[in-house]
Design a protein around this ligand. Structure first.
Ligand code: SF4
Length: 370
């Protein structure tokens, strides 16, 4: 760690650099917690340039927490469409509803309350509380962790629990208690603009003289590569019902209040948006799917469903490699399930669906009608 004098100089250099060179970003023009929160959620896994137009459009339609809380979910998802990771939008709205219900629409300013909101973890909470409320919380995400790993020449997988905790301790010690919001943004900015993942620009770095990695000439080697997840293979079977009018049946996303048992009728990989009836398969996809359909449509017990196997669909979600066996079922009348919808199979875009569901629909449409 740095000596007292070095620490003061470090903070002074970084803050002066940030105040002079920071990018003019729309969410930096205002310290309103809703805006800070929205930008932080949109920026997760998404580049700044891609976020800007979405951020402005979203705020144009949902200018306040109350407006977001009162909107219909499909509309919120429509304004999010293209950004991906839709659970972010859903959590944002659930949190807005809780803020309206519990805090009269005013964003809470106690850490314990902020962390209890859906979709908000330690990083986002620290960012909102420091930027919007000037509270002393240091942010730590992959970007800041990279800067810290280089500053203190930290080796090994940064995401390993103990190492991450030690980086959080470093971040807490560096935090400028007088300007925590600017400080956190300065750390993020130096990571985004100067101490970049590849080829860090040490000659332009405001804190280069304090950097251990640069001193040792190893800045290009840090952070070290993460330990890789072993890929997990998942097999699913999905039912694509099609009636004479070319309509199919989609199951609803589970409500946030659904019990585990209620949500268990679909694998979580497909259950977060509208989806075809789906089951995880371990041995025989056709018979497992048939059994599943009899369970969720008990009134159709005697129906003679012919399952036409379609081309296997392949999909990847992080380290999971998914093989889906879709089956097309021609029926005179679509079965009913509480909350399900009938939609034209060739126009599923009227509901929020995942790319996995889209691929299954494509396989069903490519199947020659018997
Ligand atoms: Fe990153 Fe280089 Fe600055 Fe060190 S000197 S913090 S490696 S940009």
């Amino acid at each position: 760690m740095l000596t007292g004098r070095e620490l003061r100089a470090f903070r002074k250099n970084l803050l002066a650099w940030f105040r002079q060179y920071q990018r003019d970003l729309p969410w930096r023009r205002d310290k309103d917690p809703y805006r800070v929160w929205l930008s932080e959620i949109m920026l997760q896994q998404t580049r700044v340039a891609a976020v800007i137009p979405y951020y402005e459009r979203f705020l144009g339609r949902f200018p306040t927490i109350t407006a977001l809380a009162e909107a219909r979910e499909p509309e919120v998802l429509r304004f999010w469409a293209g950004l991906g990771y839709y659970s972010r939008a859903r959590n944002l709205q659930h949190a807005a509803q809780r803020i309206v219900g519990k805090y009269e629409g005013k964003f809470p300013n106690r850490e314990v309350d902020v962390l209890a909101l859906p979709g908000i973890g330690a990083y986002t909470s620290a960012a909102i509380l420091s930027i919007a409320f000037n509270q002393r919380h240091a942010v730590l995400d992959g970007n800041v962790a990279r800067v810290l790993a280089r500053l203190f020449a930290v080796r090994g997988d940064l995401r390993e629990s103990k190492r991450w905790q030690s980086l959080q301790k470093n971040a807490d010690e560096l935090l400028d208690a007088n300007s925590p919001g600017d400080w956190n943004q300065a750390m993020m900015e130096v990571g985004a603009m100067v101490c970049t993942p590849r080829a860090p620009q040490c000659l332009l770095c405001p804190v280069a003289k304090f950097c251990q990695a640069r001193k040792l000439g190893i800045q290009d080697q840090l952070p070290e590569k993460r330990t890789k997840h072993v890929p997990v293979r998942v097999t699913l079977a999905a039912a694509v019902f099609v009636d004479k009018q070319g309509r199919t049946l989609l199951m609803p996303p589970p409500l946030p209040s659904s019990t585990k048992a209620a949500a268990d009728h679909v694998p979580t990989l497909v259950s977060k948006m509208w989806h075809f009836p789906t089951i995880a398969s371990s041995a025989n996809p056709a018979s497992e799917l048939r059994g599943h359909l009899q369970t969720i449509f008990p009134k159709e017990k005697d129906s003679e469903w012919n399952l036409h196997v379609l081309d296997t669909v392949r999909h990847c979600v992080t380290y999971r490699k998914i093989a889906i066996y879709p089956f097309r079922l021609h029926v005179a009348k679509l079965p009913r399930f509480s909350g399900s919808r009938m939609v034209a199979i060739d126009n599923l875009a009227s509901l929020p669906i995942s790319s996995l569901t889209r691929k299954i629909a494509r396989a069903a449409l490519d199947f020659p009608k018997s």
